[in-house]
Design a protein around this ligand. Sequence first.
Ligand SMILES: [Zn+2]
Length: 373
Amino acid sequence: MFRSVLVLGTIRGIRIEIHISWLVIFVLLLVSLGAGLNQAYSDWSPATVLVTTVVTVLMFFASILAHELGHSVVAIRRGVPVKAITLFIFGGMAQISKDSESANDEFWIAIAGPAVSFALAAGFLMLSLPAAGISEPLSVALTWLGLINLVVAIFNLIPGFPLDGGRVFRALVWKFTGDAARGMRAAVMGGRLVAYGLFAVGLWSMLAMGNLLGGLWIMIIAWFLLNMAEASGRDFKLRKRLSSLHARDLADRDLPLVAPTLPVEQWVHDHMLAGGRRAHFVGDRDAVIGLVTLTDARKLARERWSQTTVADIMTPLEKLVRVAPDSSAEEILQLINQHSLNQLPVMDGDQVLGWIDRRRLLSTIELHLELKS
Ligand SMILES: [Zn+2]
């Protein structure tokens, strides 16, 4: 199967990966920096230009990675899990798997990235001074890295979602008004303004400055930012509405049950295939003891199906991932994704009130949302 990301490894449990689109910006940077150096320093040998260009561009991407690691390390310290960091055509992105629960978390996670970029900028620029006496290519590379990290830090602090500055802005509005939704609206509005502004800059540099490629590039980034801002706004609204829906509203009270002594063979043919259900609860209405699923049956050799009972292969109730009646739809979706579940019981203490099926959940949520609006 074709995969669009290449996994480089893991740092502190965070997967570091490169998206295929990154190659475009990598090549673009190599070509433009190489051409720039070649023109500005005509006394450098082609080998010097080549080595300086490649090392500098690689160091630039290491800097982007460090910026994302800055966000990630703070997030993890504050109990917000980070799955992966992806380098792609527009830079880097840390896949933080849930929203911050407090304005403080949001603020510190967002500010950590630009803080790393500022520190790198200062470090590279300071090193470039003594390097000037040692080697010209080295000092040129360090100066370029210092300036580009400064640009990354400042650009990211522009107060529009999804840029870091937008998140900082959102956290501040949230902090001072106590209203997360108002913070989000302000940051999305900021994001729109940033995108329109960048679009204008791109257009201007294409038409007035004649910089076709650079202008087009800025316009593409503007378009990407606009989409991200709108999507984050929509996402936030949906999540807010989801948080008002609870497991008790979404659960199917009608439990598909089978007896513990039922042989697997008979369960598969008479219940699973005949009923078109991939899972059944084991036991009776008041004493459910476990859940048996298609996956459990597949783990058992077919010739043993007739001598084995469903109780032998089921997952016992106490080991099942479950939700409480007042868990929100958002939490349920998160659990389902996190554990790749197809169904989960809704339990009040050790009593099974009902169950939630992944495939039906989404249509049930849609119906609830349509009724509300
Ligand atoms: Zn950032």
